[in-house]
Design a protein around this ligand. Structure first.
Ligand code: SF4
Length: 294
């Protein structure tokens, strides 16, 4: 994969190319916060942002679409799910919601705010690398293990300095990497009855549902990995899903006490003029990997 090129990323950083690290919110499973921000800074990243503001923006799109939806709607932020549906359950492609993932939304916002910066996504899985290859707003991608390796090589350890993400803070969507995180934060109460919504994690469980769907379900919030993105293959495999969940919840709690300056918050006005639905990367002609059957 061209964008998953540590050599090129390191060279760019060394040469002072301005780059934004876009971090998946599951990062707390593998890295301490806020130490990771200093470490990214030491690597040479000019800015660090998390995907939570992008998640907030796509929640708004989900809300609008679910309001008008007739029949089953399937969430689409997980490229593992999109891939499985495209290759094994093409009859459900029409049910996938045509909304950007938080990654694509965040990358669009970053490119609008910092048009000359390069963007680098820090990922818990390989499916996201495929998504990055097909997304023109993302320049590079590395996974958590590769980032650890970069830190090791440069001998960049943990520290206790307290810094903040540079931009686009949004606390409540920090639960996105957990199973059902999207549905819990998209304000769907009132749009869908409790027994019309289902969240499923783990591809085996998802396939079980798709093989034998419950016609009552109108919104299916699904993630490929067990537990959600916290179970991604490049996350720390020594921790249980329960331990990983606790880390995310602790991070969410901690963030509620943080004093975030106004200019660093994820305010809707910062995404003004951007579109987050309709024209999704995975239905575009020529997008690699996810559409064609292998
Ligand atoms: S659920 Fe797994 S495959 Fe899907 S985006 Fe998260 S880490 Fe990647």
């Amino acid at each position: 994969m061209e964008k998953n090129n540590i050599g090129k990323i390191s060279e760019d950083l060394k040469n002072g190319v301005k780059m934004i690290a876009m971090i998946a919110p599951s990062f707390v499973v593998d890295f301490s916060y806020p130490s990771i921000l200093n470490r990214l800074d030491d690597l040479g990243f000019d800015k660090s942002v998390e995907l939570t503001f992008g998640a907030k923006m796509i929640n708004r799109e989900y809300h609008k679409k679910l309001k008008k939806a007739k029949g089953l709607v399937i969430s689409s932020p997980c490229p593992g799910i999109v891939s499985t549906i495209k290759t094994r359950y093409p009859q459900y492609v029409k049910n996938l919601i045509l909304v950007d993932s938080p990654l694509v939304a965040t990358a669009k916002i970053c490119k609008k705010t910092y048009p000359t910066h390069k963007t680098c996504f820090i990922s818990p899985c390989d499916f996201k690398k495929i998504e990055c290859e097909a997304c023109k707003y993302v320049d590079y991608v590395i996974d958590y293990e590769q980032l650890k390796e970069m830190f090791r090589k440069r001998k960049i350890g943990k520290d206790n300095k307290c810094v903040l993400f540079d931009r686009f803070y949004n606390d409540y969507t920090k639960v996105y990497p957990l199973s059902g995180g999207l549905a819990k934060t998209a304000h769907i109460k009132g749009l869908i009855k409790e027994d019309e919504f289902l969240d499923i994690d783990g591809i085996k469980n998802v396939m079980k549902f798709l093989d034998n769907p419950d016609p009552k379900i109108k919104f299916l919030d699904v993630l490929f990995c067990n537990g959600g993105c916290i179970g991604g293959p490049h996350t720390n495999q020594k921790l249980s899903i329960k331990q990983k969940r606790e880390k995310v919840m602790k991070y969410l709690e901690k963030s509620k006490d943080e004093d975030i300056p106004e200019d660093r918050k994820g305010l809707i006005v910062k995404a003004k003029g951007l579109k987050f639905s309709g024209d999704v990367w995975w239905v575009k002609k020529g997008s690699k990997g996810l559409i064609e059957k292998k």
